[in-house]
Design a protein around this ligand. Structure first.
Ligand code: ADP
Ligand code: MG
Length: 459
């Protein structure tokens, strides 16, 4: 288990109105973003307020940062870590129009593609490199709107208004694991497969968005890449998930000038972001031992992503921020949210388990091999003891060996079984030992004889 500190990144959107920038400094070395708040009542602040607010980030991606920079800084290491078996989550948080979708999915051109397509390229390059591992990669893509979850990869949704979409159902098993019914899972075998699914989901999301419901700014999207890997040499399986979350716009309702049904929906979304914030505050309190209960169940999004927030997960927040002065309050509030997240720490570990099917297969092979070895060794000992040699076979061996030893011509042994071979060899050994004894006795006799002759001579 390793301690993981939540990472927070600021991504500054290029100015839309260059004449009206907010005042800010980026201290690159210290990774600090300093935002200046003018002492001006039109910004809704009283005069004795603080003028400069400082926010520390893991890294700050300024207005000039490219989509490639964002991938290299935020996405690359995390996606590789997920391929090693760690869970990961990237949240894009910020007000509507600040660049969440641009950061996660990207713009229409290949050059401006976002984190998700780039992560697919990196994953499948890595799958090719890791030749000792087999990978299975799966994708799900869901949208949470008005506290209901919907499958963005259900093709039938492209022809139906959102009101008629099938809702995702959530249930918990006996072990506390969450299951999502009506969410389709798609296997991805190449970079292109993954990008196609992303485009399909974004298309379905887009066609469901009418000017009346404006769902896209008030819904959360969760694109999940699930990994399963096996080492050729072992029966250990590693599984992990990478959630890529494009959150609903974080702007407060008072500024949006909306009413009626849409106001109700906006409240829902605001509420779910408020619950997200409450979960983060509660997790921070838990770290300080001042609280134990974490209110994940208050919203669908925090329920589904509870592991990403307080569990075994490397979580990253990208705070997308406008640099225009008239967006100052929202930019400040986004930076404050990121600051709260940056204090969180999680215990993370690789998710691995033994594949029981593979283990059984290997044990069966080992068992068969041992049985073969055992059969061979008992065959050997049976042959050595020659228990099954019949009396007539034994007699035949004796005769043949005797004839062979007495005869100087070519040997004519008729041996048809292994038992007979062993018996004959035994007889040869016995004959050699007898001859040896005989020679020893003869040598002894000769030595005695020589000694006697020498003594006679001396006398
Ligand atoms: P959000 O999803 O937060 O509502 P979008 O990602 O849709 O916002 O961005 C709104 C507009 O701003 C889009 O046209 C997008 O292309 C543009 N945009 C956002 N961030 C950037 C950026 N960093 N660089 C260039 N254009 C951006
Ligand atoms: Mg968006």
């Amino acid at each position: 288990m390793v301690k993981y500190h939540f990472e927070t990144y600021a991504r500054m959107k290029p100015l839309e109105n260059p004449e009206n920038p907010i005042g800010y400094n980026i201290y690159v070395e210290a990774k600090v973003l300093e935002i200046f708040v003018p002492k001006n009542e039109s910004f809704g602040h009283v005069n004795n307020q603080k003028e400069a607010f400082q926010f520390k980030f893991t890294e700050i991606l300024d207005q000039d940062s490219t989509q490639e920079d964002v991938f290299e800084t935020v996405g690359k290491a995390l996606s590789l870590s997920c391929m090693d078996g760690y869970n990961g989550t990237i949240f894009a948080y910020g007000q509507t129009g600040s660049g969440k979708t641009y950061t996660m999915s990207g713009s229409d051109t290949w050059q401006l593609r976002g984190l998700i397509p780039r992560i697919f390229t990196s994953i499948f390059n890595e799958v090719e490199q890791r030749t000792n591992l087999d990978y299975n990669v799966y994708v799900t893509f869901m949208e949470i709107y008005n506290e209901c979850g919907y499958d963005l990869l259900d093709p039938s949704h492209a022809e139906l208004p959102m009101e008629n979409w099938t809702k995702i159902q959530l249930y918990e098993d006996l072990y506390g694991n969450l299951h999502l019914k009506n969410l389709s899972i798609h296997q991805v075998r190449s970079e292109q497969d993954g990008i196609d699914l992303l485009m399909m989901g974004n298309f379905i999301r887009h066609v469901s968005t009418t000017p009346m419901n404006m769902a896209s700014s008030r819904s959360h999207c969760i694109f999940t890449i699930a990994f399963e890997s096996r080492d050729h040499e072992s029966e250990i399986i590693r599984t992990s998930k990478l959630h890529l979350v494009d959150l609903a716009g974080s702007e407060r309702i008072s500024k949006s000038h909306i009413e009626g049904k849409i106001l109700e929906e906006a409240k829902h979304i605001n509420l779910s972001l408020t619950y997200l914030e409450q979960v983060i505050i509660a997790l921070h309190d838990r770290q300080k031992d001042t609280r134990t209960h974490i209110p994940y169940r208050n919203s669908l999004m925090t329920t589904i992503l509870r592991d990403s927030l307080g569990g075994n997960c490397k979580t990253v927040l990208i705070a997308t921020m406008n640099s225009d002065a008239n967006q100052l309050e929202e930019t400040l509030s986004t930076a404050k949210f990121a600051k709260r997240c940056s204090k969180l720490v999680a215990d993370v570990s690789v998710n691995e388990q033994v594949d029981s099917n593979l283990l059984i297969q290997r044990l069966r092979q080992e068992n068969a091999q041992l049985k073969r070895q055992l059969a061979n060794s008992s065959e050997d000992s049976r042959l050595t003891d020659s228990p099954s040699l019949t009396l007539s076979d034994s007699e035949l061996c004796k005769k043949q060996v005797a004839m062979f030893l007495a005869n100087n011509s070519q040997p004519k042994l008729i041996i048809s079984t292994l038992q007979q071979t062993y018996r004959c060899l035994q007889l040869f050994k016995e004959a050699i030992l007898i001859k040896e004894e005989h020679y020893q006795a003869e040598i002894q006799q000769l030595q005695d004889h020589i000694q006697e002759l020498m003594q006679r001579r001396i006398r």
